[in-house]
Ligand binder design. Sequence first.
Ligand code: NAD
Length: 476
Amino acid sequence: MSAQLETSQQLSELLKQHRKATDEQGVVDVETRKRRLQTAIDLLVDHHQELCTAMEADFGGRHQGFSLMNDILGSLNSLKHARDNLEQWVGSESRQVFSPYDQMGAQAWVQYKPKGTVGIIGTWNAPIFTLLSPLASALSAGNRAVLKPSEVAPETARVLAKAIGECFDPMDVAVITGGVDVGQAFAGMPFDHLVFTGSTEVGKKIMRAAADNLVPVTLELGGKSPVIISETADVREAARRLAIAKGMNGGQLCISPDRIYVPVAARDEFISAFCETYSTLYPTVEDNPDFTAVVNVQHLARVTGYVAQAQEEGAEVIRCPDVAVPAVGRKHPLSIVINPPLLSDIMQHEIFGPAFVLLTYSDIKHVVQEINQGGRPLALYYFGQDQAEQDYVLDHTLSGGVTLNDALMHAAMEEAPFGGVGASGMGHYHGRDGFLEFSHARTVFQSAPVDPRAEWGMLPPFPEHFAAAMASQVTR
Ligand code: NAD
């Protein structure tokens, strides 16, 4: 069988073979894990050019330098970090045995066992990273894996699947391509763990499908990541950094700033500084190779529809850079939608494209309340210089991650967990936290040679003093 699977039937058969091999193999040594990681690293190094060309084609315009940075180097970073550190992660950890067995020679430890085979479903917006970064964690934990790329980036899926077919033994890593029907079948398979990156709505379906086989899930979802600009912030610098962040991948990043809360008095300064930076980064749109296009007409219609509806309902919209909307192609100037109605679509749904909502405020406590009324966001950003206020925001909100006085940065940390909470997901990967996510922590208790329970009167038929002896230990 090739590592490039054609049908769900083949996937089902492969999972049976994986299970058999996993049970027979016993220990998955460090060398095996490193070999699998190295195969993925070599695949990216050998095929990075084709993959970047495919991503550019799928988006209808995405700078190859950006694809290298985001998808190729981002994945390589995770894979190399796992390769170079897993030796320190894999060992068993000894644990303290309870008294008095600790003094009688009992011992205990925790083994970090591979779970078996991890299924990984990826998105189109980071079509390599959302597959190969979780793969690094899954392989470091000694698992095998099967990948399911997004059909919305079909050329990337095709090139990746072909490369996996050429480079991998299907007993290590395999791939299956296809649309929603393949995704549905995939989510219903008896994997030992499933990682899904995608929308909150589909995430719920994945969890339901996984429940039939009691497959544990890691859900890397999205949401409306908020930004709070404090009255104490350097407004121009905050606007500059946010313009850089918002331009990344045409706003099609899971942690892209979605709604930005700005003090009423700072509104004009913020908009002017934001547009100044954004228009310097992207002075033109239509033929600008640095601008990432919206991935397809459906997503473009979705985003422009949100903006148009908000405008019809009275929101002010500022276009940035201030150029005409191109008649062809899917590269669109960014829209700043100011104070739209609460129930408008742009306030209710993740934007995930070249637009954001600007909301003016006069009391930061109300901002925190408003954030807490929605689903838990994947990222939260605070710009300010007031330590007490920063602590207030951190103490009174919950989000997948946080960057202070910048945006996106926390997600690039291989040494720290990346994941959501509540509506933005569950579980996490990256580094040792990813290793733990895809390992089963198994406690092993090795008994003491002598069993004193009969001698101490702790076994049935219980002697008279037994209950009194137990009661004497009910203490505070
Ligand atoms: P999506 O949920 O539409 O699709 C994701 C994957 O799920 C695709 O491979 C698709 O084929 C598959 N799929 C779709 N319907 C399915 C079903 N019913 N059963 C099984 N599989 C199904 O998401 P998308 O449009 O590709 O990606 C955008 C979303 O992903 C945004 O919400 C974004 O915030 C989120 N995202 C999150 C992260 C993260 O790390 N948290 C990263 C990137 C994107």
